[in-house]
Design a binder for this molecule. Sequence first.
Ligand code: NAP
Length: 281
Amino acid sequence: MNQLGIIGYPLSHSISPEFQQAALDHHKIKAKFHRWEIKIDELNSFFETIQDANFVGASVTIPYKEQFLDLVDKVSDSANLIGAINCIVNTNNQLVGHNTDGSGFIRALKTKHGFNPHGKKVLLIGAGGAAKAIAYSLVQENIKEITIANRTVSRGDELAQKLKSITPKIKSVKLERQSLIKPLNDVDLIVNTTSIGMKNSLNPEHSPIPVDLIPPNTVVNDIVYNPIETPLIKAAKMKNAFTIGGLDMLVYQGVEAFELWTGKHAPETIMYDAARKALGL
Ligand code: NAP
């Protein structure tokens, strides 16, 4: 039987097995989507077990997204630039690493919500792993300009520097009220990639930006999906902004991965419904 799964540690929170299995079943593909919860000292021996013709591919999540760059046979150009892998595909017995976080984020924006980032002004909050993937994908879409706001400015500077050759209109500021006034005065898309507002984080009740500065008629996308309605999403709704929650990126990175593994069109609605059900919604 064909084997697929998600690799990470811990994995109890992951809903990928539910929505990927729903997609496999929809296409009547005889395959099991596993939950491979692998501890760090088990990683090398686990990796040997997937060098097998029945292994189709896997999603890769925390804490292994960077580590897998050195383990796979080949790395896609985008995963190389982002510096992380979130998907592996067995291609003719070679394990190829991809990154579908950014492409999934863009696909959700464009196909599900009809928002084309081309020519738009973006405020990206955060400069961690998810921010890198999203920033890389956004600049490929010929956005007009992007401001990265991060708590640790040096991390934001580093990301801005890396992307400067693709888009000159990029800057990095500190994640604080004073530095956000100007970028928020003229912005089309705000994306939160920090864990602020996430359940069980240090600040589950907080918005990453001052809510009074959120302009109306903006698209606000919070990639945190637990809770579905984060403090930022709630505040943006009050300001009449158009809001997009984190479940879309989660499902669409999985949609892109499913298509790489199977070559078939992913049943987006079925996957989204299975994801909501797995979250008890
Ligand atoms: P990461 O690499 O650890 O980056 C975390 C980011 O959050 C950094 O920019 C960090 O700033 C910032 N941050 C954390 N706590 C903060 C605080 N108290 N105040 C200000 N900034 C803070 O994590 P990641 O992998 O990018 O994930 C970030 C979030 O995105 C998580 O909530 C994760 O669940 C979510 N996510 C969602 C999806 C999806 O598909 N929807 C995919 C990936 C990630 P510093 O640089 O200053 O530390």
